[in-house]
Design a protein around this ligand. Structure first.
Ligand SMILES: [Mn+2]
Length: 327
């Protein structure tokens, strides 16, 4: 089903109410465009951060910057809004004083959205703690696969710390919790863009001990695209979650984030990395950690809007005949 979009030659991109990429609000989707393929929603929450707060304003900034996201993906040769029915489901309710409580609030809200069972969830943060909520909702909606979901993770950090300040639900821990709760299969999980410095050498232990693939930024520079493509082929079409922390991109390109790490991907490298995931069977996604108050000229929010579009383009192509051979 296609997405009903305003005609930019009638209602220009600088006019109208702002929704993610100008997709219709959930309740405005015409019946002939149901069922929806993806519902996008904001999670304005940043109480899980270890350093600089402000990502609670991320969804609002990304909505604004994404007015300029167009519909036809040149590299994949796909009209995303023709291939998919998309909507903006608004913002999840959040509890800015309670990280653990927020995770369940967001997850329960997402599960209660009036959407078809086949509709996938795309969360736009917010800090990375909110990924757990969308992973859990996506896992449940995928039929609670016993082995857990595959995961494509783009980030400077592994986010597998057990706890900080006695809190197990902050933005440094979502994938530890998701692996412990068997929502993610660590052996079907790759973390791309990991770099130091780290607090401690043993910050890597959990991921390594559980068989998660770590593609450091240094290795990404060497043979990253081929490694990612090979990893995706190895997933053999199993339901996979994609999580994208904007801080995997160098702060020279994405300064608006709370835990910036110099020495990361360029914008173009990040797009190439996402395009290398062609053929993946996505069952949920998020883009997180945009902090507009540290942004310059809105470039981080604009980039995040285009990262959302890259992920949707992967969904538009799907694992079908244009993707890599399965098995
Ligand atoms: Mn992260």
């Amino acid at each position: 089903m296609p997405t009903s979009m305003p005609n930019p030659r009638i209602s220009p991109r600088f006019a109208g109410l702002t929704t993610f990429c100008r997709y219709p609000r959930l309740h405005d989707v015409p019946a002939e465009h149901l069922p929806l393929d993806w519902a996008l929603y904001g999670v304005p929450f940043d109480a899980g951060v270890t350093y600089r707060p402000g990502a609670r304003f991320g969804p609002r900034a990304i909505r604004e910057a994404s007015q300029y996201v167009k519909r036809y993906h040149l590299a994949h040769d796909v009209d995303v809004c023709e291939a998919l029915s998309l909507c903006d489901a608004g913002d999840a309710p959040t509890n800015p004083y309670d990280v653990a409580g927020n995770v369940s609030t967001v997850c329960n809200w997402a599960l209660a959205l009036p959407i078809a069972p086949s509709t996938k969830l795309f969360a736009i943060g917010g800090d990375h703690s909110i990924a757990y909520a969308n992973i859990k909702a996506s896992w449940l909606r995928a039929g609670s696969p016993a082995g857990g979901l595959g995961m494509l993770h783009f980030d400077s950090h592994l986010d597998t710390v057990d706890s900080v300040w006695d809190c197990q639900w902050g933005h440094a821990s979502p994938f530890r919790r998701a692996v412990e709760d068997k929502l993610i299969d660590p052996r079907a999980s790759i973390s791309v863009g990991i770099k130091g410095p780290l607090n401690r050498k043993d910050d890597l232990d959990f991921a390594r001990d559980h068989g998660m693939t770590i593609l450091t930024h240094e290795r990404f520079e060497r043979d990253g695209l081929a490694t990612i493509a090979q990893f995706v082929r190895g997933l053999q079409g199993r339901p996979t979650y994609l999580t994208f922390d904007i801080d995997c991109i160098d702060p020279a390109f994405a300064p608006g984030t709370g835990t910036p790490c110099p020495g990361g991907m360029t914008s173009a490298q990040a797009f190439a990395a996402l395009r290398a995931c062609k053929g993946v069977q996505l069952c949920g996604a998020d883009v997180v950690e945009v902090l507009p108050d540290r942004d310059v000229a809105g470039i981080t929010a604009l980039l995040a809007g285009h990262v959302v579009f890259e992920v949707l383009a992967l969904a538009a192509i799907g694992p079908g005949p244009r993707g890599p051979k399965q098995g």
